[in-house]
Design a protein around this ligand. Structure first.
Ligand code: ADP
Ligand code: MG
Length: 349
């Protein structure tokens, strides 16, 4: 559907493994003090004096986690980094380094990998992180991409999933469900394109949704904002699998219950109108659609004045005693038990 305008196709075998790694990484510069030695030796060397070190990794598989017929490789590179940084920020930390490992089939020319690395490099620049290594190998079919992110935090600042207490407020950043709907829009266009290859996708009415799907941003800004406001969440998690599943993680690890208010869930107007068009319930999408990469956290009630009225935050509920369970309070004021569906159950594969 997105036509490859890059006509040049340099076979990876022309470069060899080391030539390829060097070619892709030579323009990466070092941004972080903690990076002592990046690419080029048997291991990278990092130095974090007196800090706690955060490590997180994700594996993305073509056909399972991404579809290159509508995901430009530059966006894929950027998003793959965001997915990992989001996990570091969810610990209330600062991300500092990534490693990138990939397996690629001979279907991919050098120019495709250059695009992928252009996205990775842009993410490194925007978020001030260093690419410090990785691994490169061939695959018999498709592309696999594994990124590991490393971050740091003062011991006193680290926020876990297990610190929420009854009566704490439940807060979410940004708005929810748009990334999932963006995926539905792109899938629909793909099906149209299959039937009529001359059709041009008209995504103007869905620009926000598509952007949320193809170019998510990890909420580094929120970690800074919370610090500036002198608010330390009692628990935090990033929203990768859908709101309800993340709430249930906090509830089970913190051993609390919660009341989530349907009418409080923040939704974008374009998301709402597209739900109407697709004839799906916007609350269901917000609860179970994934890949929003917003932060979900709890704060003690006494911190409420510090975040009150801030447009970055929406209070969507409060924690309760464990015995009360995890509930959605509907617009009709009915209590229904929250269930974790995750976004896979919603996807059409
Ligand atoms: P080794 O044989 O010791 O595993 P490699 O030859 O695989 O080392 O890698 C050489 C250097 O290039 C190492 O610093 C490694 O971390 C880095 N590297 C390998 N593949 C990639 C990649 N896809 N992206 C970034 N750095 C890479
Ligand atoms: Mg290697």
């Amino acid at each position: 559907m997105l036509k490859d305008k890059n006509e040049q196709r340099t076979s990876l075998s022309e470069l060899g493994e080391f030539g390829l790694i060097n070619h892709l990484t030579k323009y990466f510069t070092i941004n972080c003090e903690s990076t002592e030695k990046a690419i080029g030796d048997d291991a990278a060397v990092l130095e974090f004096s007196g800090k706690q070190v955060l490590v997180t990794t994700d594996l993305l598989v073509e056909g399972v986690h991404f579809d290159l017929s509508y995901m430009p490789l530059k966006h894929l590179g950027y998003k793959a980094v965001m997915v990992n940084l989001s996990d570091v920020y969810a610990m209330n930390g600062t991300a500092s380094q990534i490693t990138v490992s990939m397996a690629v089939s001979n279907r991919f020319p050098l120019e495709a990998l250059e695009e992928l690395y252009a996205g990775i490099q842009l993410a490194c620049k925007n978020y001030n992180i260093d690419l410090i290594g990785g691994d490169t190998t061939s695959s018999t079919k498709g592309m696999l991409l594994s990124i590991t992110a490393i971050g740091e935090a003062e011991k006193k600042d680290v926020v876990y999933r297990n610190g929420a207490k009854p009566n704490d407020l439940l807060i979410v950043t940004g708005d929810l469900g748009s990334a999932y709907l963006g995926l539905q829009v792109l899938e629909r266009e793909k099906q149209v394109f299959k039937v009529n290859p001359n059709s041009q996708p008209d995504l103007a009415n869905y620009s926000y949704l598509v952007e949320r799907q193809l170019k998510p941003e990890a909420r580094k800004d929120i970690v800074k904002l919370l610090k500036d406001l002198e608010v330390k969440p009692t628990s935090m998690i990033d929203i990768s699998d859908g709101l309800s599943s993340e709430i249930l993680h906090i509830c089970s690890q913190s051993e609390v219950g919660c009341n989530l208010y349907e009418e409080k869930i923040p939704l974008d107007p374009q998301m709402i109108s597209t739900c109407e068009e697709f004839n799906i319930d916007s609350t269901t999408v917000a609860l179970s659609g994934g890949e929003d990469y917003e932060l979900l956290f709890t704060i003690s009630q006494e911190d409420f004045p510090k975040i009150k009225g801030n447009p970055n935050f929406t209070v969507i509920g409060h924690m309760t005693d464990k015995t009360e369970g995890a509930n959605l309070v509907t617009r009709a004021n009915q209590k229904v038990e929250l269930t974790a569906q995750g976004w896979n159950s919603l996807s059409n594969d």
